[in-house]
Write a new protein. Structure first.
Length: 263
């Protein structure tokens, strides 16, 4: 099942903030058996957000993850963009409001905020697209948002990394339930090679022999060892593990054969 990740924020585009969230979410989704078809970074602009979500629909994404822009400030407009993309209104979600109230009461008791009253900026975080499900955020204040559509799922995560990671983990059971059970197998080896170009043709041959296996070299710098990783995904755990093993073994056979001829 394909996934499309959208990081929202002018601060990311300007380089003021490093987009570690997209990297983490990509790794986490891949570990769950999803295929990442694209990652993008867009500005805090309602039209841009809606347009990128529609691009994800056109690409056939089944899981669309937006990160950032759920907070209380006027610049936090991700949910406005989502609502525009799916043709829904933003409405006050009572469950989300309860979550926000609960968090500010907890934060006030901890001395992290001066008051627990729900001001308009705080209330803003409880306005979600019609039909959306809020996800409790026990790390920050803004709830995550889970939207189930006929053709896809939209998941909105808060921008601060620890909040994004926490909220994401709360919806993992939902994500797993969305798709048929799949397994991902991988194996990494290291070879005493310093230049990717010397094994490019071997990689091509192995990829042609095992089209369902993604095999790639990852150089660690000229003069150092090279990492070779093979990854496969499928419904049968043993089958994907065997594919990975065969692909790596074939790579080693061809590589060692070449080294033997070069002696």
């Amino acid at each position: 099942m394909s996934a499309y990740i959208i990081a929202v924020g002018d601060e990311i585009l300007s380089g003021r903030v490093l987009d570690y969230n997209s990297h983490w979410v990509s790794k986490r989704l891949t570990s769950l058996g999803f295929k990442i078809i694209r990652r993008s970074v867009i500005p805090d602009d309602v039209n841009e957000i809606a347009e990128e979500i529609n691009n994800a629909f056109k690409k056939g994404a089944k899981i669309i993850v937006l990160i950032g822009g759920l907070g209380p400030t006027p610049g936090d407009i991700t949910l406005e963009g989502v609502a525009k993309a799916i043709g829904k209104k933003l409405i006050l979600n009572e469950t989300a409001l309860k979550y926000v109230k609960r968090r500010y009461e907890e934060l006030c008791k901890l001395g992290l905020v001066k008051a627990s009253d729900i001001s308009e900026p705080r209330r803003k975080m409880a306005y979600l697209p019609e039909g959306a499900e809020p996800i409790y955020n026990a790390v920050g204040a803004a709830p995550g948002v889970f939207i189930r559509l006929d053709n896809a799922i939209i998941l909105c995560l808060p921008g601060p990394p620890q909040e994004a990671f926490y909220v994401f983990e709360q919806v993992v059971p939902k994500l797993i339930a969305l798709k048929e059970r799949t397994y991902t197998a991988s194996r990494t080896i290291y070879i005493e090679e310093i230049d990717e170009t010397t094994v490019a043709d071997i990689l091509k041959k192995v990829s042609e022999m095992f089209p369902d296996v993604y095999i790639k070299t990852f150089p660690t710098g000229f003069g150092k060892r090279m990492e070779v990783t093979a990854i496969a995904t499928g419904k049968d755990k043993r089958e994907v593990e065997e594919k990975v093993e065969k692909a790596i073994n074939e790579f080693l056979r061809l590589y060692n054969e070449r080294k033997g001829l070069s002696k």
